[in-house]
Design a protein around this ligand. Structure first.
Ligand code: S3P
Length: 463
């Protein structure tokens, strides 16, 4: 057995606005729609800014991460008109290759997706851009995108490991590449395909483990030619033909399955609960968590399946269920990469051990999620084991003690996961800072409380 490293951030003392506490409740359920998909929202804004004419985006996630992308697209020359009262956003684009040099540093906040995808977009424009982010984003590796983009002709000046703050010197003579992804990452795949848009010829990304394909689907939706070929051995070759004319269009963003995961797991943990989450994106490259929960014994169904603007959508029906531990194979990781923290909460309440493998990428998310989950669960009385790429959670079939004071390390999904655990644990769970929840799930606390949770702001000082 190994333990999570001891050099983790200690929880910051609660502030009146930042710290949240979740108390056990006996009933949870109802009907809700969670906010729009983060991955699709970023891509809709970026492609809208690269299209000719107007793009209307319905259901855009109005979280901080996506607002950073919107701000950057404006700085690069597009027009973005926010929706009023939850209505559609409108983007008027500059056309492929038409972005202009921003006169300020592009601050991507907490968002790795915004930073990596936009670095790809500007790499094949003859402009120079400066990217930065918050303390979490500035720690995250960027060499995974700068290495292939250098091969296309862009240059970069960044910190060790290519980290932000980073200067991108885009090229006016981009060359198409064929690139095999060394890590399963939709962000890297999308960054290269987006750079390929303003590159003559065909740019190809080969992925051994299929990652989310929202970029490919949306590129096609805007009129680009994108092909996916299955190679001998099963790898996928995804190719984009450069310099298409993208046409502004209507995009309907499904509810985010990664956000739906939090109320869904909360419902599963409450005996007798019945919850419906409407219009959730169920793209098969995103549904690994739901498959895993079903294997654990969850009563969870996809009802009324349909296609909305090229993406599969369904209403999720969830009922409180007795869960049992399972093994989650490494090849499933790309389809549920953001859902391991909340799965770990379900595993903590399940009967038996849940063993999760292939988690190396969790160490370079908004925080080292493997370590943060392990530390937080241990603080809540749950037996856990970690390895470099694995997490084992030993459940007892009952909600754990809880009572932990959880360091969230600027990570929205760590924050929401432990608040879900607090809805069933014997003692309340307190998180040091809930403010980062705004990056992906604005209105989380209100939505959860409307469904029966009791999550409150903590105003007293100290853990
Ligand atoms: C995303 C891809 C995933 C995911 C992130 C969003 C995207 O990252 O963790 O939240 O929109 O492409 P990786 O592809 O780097 O694993």
């Amino acid at each position: 057995m190994s333990h999570a490293p001891s050099s983790l951030p200690t929880p910051v003392p609660p502030s009146p606005t930042g710290s949240l506490r979740s108390f056990a409740v006996t009933a949870f359920g109802g009907t809700a729609r969670v906010p729009g998909d983060k991955s699709i929202s970023h891509r809709a804004l970026m492609l809208g800014a690269l299209a000719v004419g107007e793009t209307e985006i319905e259901g855009l996630l109005e979280g901080d991460d996506v607002r950073h992308t919107a701000g950057a697209m404006v700085a690069l020359g597009a027009t973005v008109e926010p929706g009023t009262d939850g209505g559609p956003w409108r983007v008027r684009g500059a056309g492929v290759g038409g972005l202009t040099e921003p006169d300020r540093v592009l601050d991507m906040g907490n968002s790795g997706t915004a930073a990596r995808l936009l670095i790809g977009v500007v790499a094949s424009h003859p402009i120079t851009c400066f990217f930065t982010g918050d303390a979490s984003l500035n720690r995250r590796p960027m060499a995974r995108v700068t290495a292939p983009l250098e091969r296309m002709g862009a240059s970069f000046v960044g910190r060790a490991g290519g980290r932000l703050p980073l200067a991108v010197i885009g090229t006016d003579h981009p060359v198409p590449i064929e690139y095999r992804l060394p890590v399963a990452s939709a962000q890297v795949k999308s960054a290269i395909l987006l750079a390929g848009l303003n590159t003559p010829g065909t740019t190809t990304v080969i992925e051994t483990h299929p990652t989310r394909d929202h970029g490919e689907l949306m590129l096609r939706h805007f009129g680009a030619r994108v092909t996916t070929e299955i190679l001998v051995g099963g790898a996928l070759a995804v190719s984009v033909t450069g310099q298409p004319e993208l046409t502004g269009c209507r995009v309907r963003v499904p509810a985010d399955p990664s956000s739906a995961a939090f109320p869904a797991v909360a419902a599963l943990l409450h005996p007798g609960a019945a919850l419906t989450l409407t219009a959730v994106g169920v793209n098969p490259r995103r549904t690994g968590l739901y498959q895993t929960l079903q294997e654990m014994g969850a009563d969870l169904r996809f009802e009324n399946p349909r296609i909305e603007a090229g993406e599969p959508v369904a209403d999720l029906q969830i009922r409180g269920s007795m869960l049992r531990g399972v093994d989650v194979p490494p090849e499933r990781a790309p389809s549920m990469i953001d859902e391991y923290p909340v799965l770990a909460m379900a595993a903590a309440c399940a009967e038996g051990t849940t063993r999760m493998f292939g988690l190396a990428e969790l160490r370079v998310k908004e925080s080292d999620r493997l370590a943060m989950v392990a530390h937080g669960l241990a603080a809540c009385g749950v037996a856990v084991e970690t390895g470099p790429e694995s997490l084992f959670v030993h459940g007892t079939g009952h909600p754990p003690r809880g009572g932990g004071f959880i360091a969230t390390a600027m990570d929205h999904r760590i924050a929401m996961s432990f608040l879900v655990l607090g809805t069933v644990s014997a003692e309340p769970v307190t998180i040091d800072d809930g403010s980062f929840i705004e990056t992906s799930f604005p209105g989380f606390v209100d939505l959860m409380n409307r469904l029966g949770a009791r999550i409150e702001t903590v105003s007293e000082a100290g853990p």
